[in-house]
Design a protein around this ligand. Structure first.
Ligand SMILES: [Zn+2]
Ligand SMILES: [Zn+2]
Ligand SMILES: [Zn+2]
Ligand SMILES: [Zn+2]
Length: 195
């Protein structure tokens, strides 16, 4: 019988700590990437496998420019079941977490919250107000808010509307109707620009 659990699958990923290749191993929580320099190097990473067989490494934490409101330590960006969020770098000593701001303030008058990326129970991404849990502010958008003033009505932000064939910026303000192609992002399909 083959011992599946001890088999290691080589990958193209390289350990950023010691430069050795990373291999796929089996562990208590399923497959993960581990440094082939183990046990000298104990670097591990999580990954997802793309439909074409390549791997995308999930960074477990990324630095942020925020500081923890509780203890003043830097906050890091962590990835959880419901998307990314800010967590104190002193976790588990400090368990402060907060949603990540999109750099856009909540458009509800007097709310004072900011818009964050959220994930529904079914895993669908949407955008809501950071005050939701405090004041029940129920502003939501299925389209990603972008910190860009509407050139027509001067609304504080516009949204990026992604459809099957195109990506457009759009103003949500009543009666405005401004829409344009995004400056920096290429359209989702190459033929969209061909005409
Ligand atoms: Zn290593
Ligand atoms: Zn803290
Ligand atoms: Zn709000
Ligand atoms: Zn507008």
């Amino acid at each position: 019988m083959r011992d599946l659990k001890r088999e290691e699958e080589p990958t193209l990923e390289v350990c950023e700590k010691c430069g050795k290749p990373m291999v796929i191993k089996w562990g208590r929580n399923g497959y993960f990437l581990a440094c082939s320099g183990f046990p000298d190097c104990r670097n591990t990473k999580e990954y997802t496998r793309n439909p074409d067989g390549t791997l995308t490494v999930l960074a477990s934490t990324r630095p942020s420019d925020q500081t923890c409101p509780t203890c003043g330590s830097p906050m890091v960006i962590r990835r959880g079941r419901f998307g990314e969020f800010l967590a104190c770098s002193r976790y588990p000593d400090c368990k402060t977490t907060s949603p990540i701001s999109l750099g856009v303030n909540c458009p509800r008058p007097g709310c004072g919250g900011y818009l964050t990326e959220k994930r529904s129970r079914r895993g669908k991404v949407f955008f809501g107000c950071s005050n939701y849990s405090k004041t029940k502010c129920d502003f939501v958008s299925w389209d990603r808010p972008v910190a860009k003033r509407c050139p027509l009505c001067d609304a504080a932000f516009v949204v990026k509307k992604v459809s099957r064939s195109s990506v457009r910026l759009r103003c949500l303000a009543d009666g405005c109707g401004w829409t344009a192609e995004p400056d920096e992002d290429a359209p989702a399909t190459p033929d969209a620009k061909a005409s």
